[in-house]
Design a protein around this ligand. Structure first.
Ligand code: PAF
Length: 310
């Protein structure tokens, strides 16, 4: 078991990872928290969920890897924040056992696969990757699933924790684990979703929030406001859940809406005649300045909201 405040073992290569995990494999559950670094309180909350599930006898592994395969041309791969020393401090504070921080060459020894004619095997995420985020970011989920599958193969965790903030990613990773029959040491690999961690004014914590200047930071709070309104108005059905939010977003200064949709929890389509009590998810993406932000919330159509849903 790791002790909070003690620097975790750091593995840079597959061999170092195998060595760090070797003695820990027989001791209890192995929980993985995949990240791209630039760790903040939201990541710390994922680590706490992982520790809660792995228990004191188990081990928590955090991976830190900015995955080039999930960034499209013109996206922020080069400027994505890299803050390894600070990340290590967060991991030490949270009692992480092992940090796996490979290089690009270590993860993609044959080179990062590019385009359709690359000989490398990558994962086809299926049609769900073509909606919402996938419409604006073609190839993004192929990159996410490919790197997550590699991390699962290297760490061989019993469970892995992902934030609900990246809801489509969570749904697709769950789907991958199920459809490809991925397993941990004693049973199916469990993909655990952790609630979105928020700033006091409701903005979802994200590594990309640090790109926002003071004015944009204020403008960005509209995303959460709109989701809260959608949860409230869902009692009147799907169209009403979207209506007030769309108007507020159209009027919002400095905010360029990409999508605001209500879908089923598995991201299937819903219609306005869905029966009362139908569980749903409202999802939003918008650009504030040049920063693309996403957020989402659970809601129930035809039923007043309950306290505390994220
Ligand atoms: O959510 C992220 O930080 C990334 O998409 C992930 C899951 C670590 C894969 O690179």
């Amino acid at each position: 078991m790791a002790v909070a405040g003690r620097t975790p073992a750091v593995a840079r290569t597959r061999a170092e990872l195998a060595e760090a995990l070797g003695p820990r494999r027989s001791q209890g559950s192995l929980a993985l928290v995949p990240t791209m670094g630039a760790l903040h309180e939201g990541h710390a909350s994922l680590v706490r969920v992982a520790r809660g599930r792995a228990g004191d006898d188990g081990a928590v592994v955090v991976s830190i890897f900015v995955n080039p395969l999930q960034f499209g041309p013109g996206e922020d791969l080069d400027r994505y924040p890299r803050t390894f020393d600070a990340d290590l401090e967060v991991c030490a504070r949270e009692g992480v056992d092992v940090v796996f921080a490979p290089t690009v060459a270590e993860m993609y020894p044959g080179g990062v696969p590019t385009g359709e004619d690359s000989p490398a095997v990558t994962l086809d995420p299926g049609p769900l990757a073509g909606v919402l985020e996938g419409r604006t970011r073609p190839g993004h989920f192929r990159g996410v699933l490919t790197v997550v599958a590699k991390l699962f193969g290297l760490v061989r965790p019993d469970l892995a924790v992902f934030g609900e903030k990246d809801y489509q990613q969570l749904v697709l990773i769950r789907r991958m684990a199920e459809d490809l029959c991925l397993s941990g040491s004693v049973g199916p690999l469990e993909v655990v979703g952790a609630p979105t961690d928020r700033e006091p004014d409701g903005l979802a914590r994200s590594s990309r929030n640090r790109y926002l200047d003071e004015e944009q930071r204020l403008q960005a709070t509209v995303l959460h406001r709109v989701l809260v309104a959608a949860r409230r108005d869902a009692v009147y059905g799907l169209e009403r859940a979207l209506g007030a939010g769309r108007a507020e977003l159209r009027a919002a200064q400095g905010v360029d809406l990409d999508y605001f949709e209500v879908r089923a929890p598995d991201l299937g389509e819903l219609t306005d005649d869905a029966p009362p009590g139908t569980p749903a998810r409202a999802l939003i993406a918008a650009r504030v300045g040049s920063t693309r932000l996403i957020d989402n919330t659970a809601l129930t159509l035809g039923v007043p909201p309950t306290e505390g849903s994220s």
